[in-house]
Design a binder for this molecule. Structure first.
Ligand code: 5GP
Ligand code: ZN
Length: 136
């Protein structure tokens, strides 16, 4: 599938200089708004978690902020504790999936060479089997 905008370009900004909260035609904005169906695992105030449509491990869940940020660096730069909350949500998923003790991987693919295909920041939470290293 294609990204909601060419990777490497900044997200649209409002006149106030903040990122738009929701971007038209963004797949994960659509899922967060309930307009696009997904298997929701956790429906939080500022974050939402849903199963990846093409799972790469027994547990493969995506955790996203409801508001639109293009990548994890933009999310970190925004501050406000939202990145912390996203990681906290990832841990909650690991607990409910029963993989917290066995371990899991949190991945933020970033940009073209990072393998990012959806331009709305998302943490992959992968587990339920031993992860290999190095990644492909
Ligand atoms: P990325 O490649 O950007 O790191 O991760 C994007 C992920 O989104 C991929 O693992 C892909 O399988 C998943 N994905 C793509 N389209 C959909 C969709 O419509 N629904 C869900 N639940 N996951 C999707
Ligand atoms: Zn979005």
């Amino acid at each position: 599938m294609s990204p909601d905008r060419p990777l490497g370009r900044p997200a649209p900004r409002t006149t106030s200089g903040h990122y738009d909260r929701s971007v038209p035609d963004c797949l994960f904005c659509g899922i967060a708004a309930g307009q696009i169906p997904a298997t929701i695992m956790l429906d939080g105030k500022r974050t939402i978690a849903f199963r990846d449509i093409n799972p790469q491990a027994p547990t493969h869940v995506l955790v996203v902020p409801r508001d639109h940020f293009p990548d994890v660096a933009a999310l970190a730069a925004a501050g406000d504790g939202l990145l912390d909350e996203l990681v906290g949500t990832a841990r909650e998923i690991a607990v409910t999936e029963g993989i917290e003790a066995s371990g899991y991987r949190i991945v933020f693919n970033t940009g073209q060479d990072g393998g990012q295909t959806v331009g709305h920041v998302h943490a992959h939470v992968l587990g339920g089997r031993p992860m290999t290293w190095p990644p492909g």
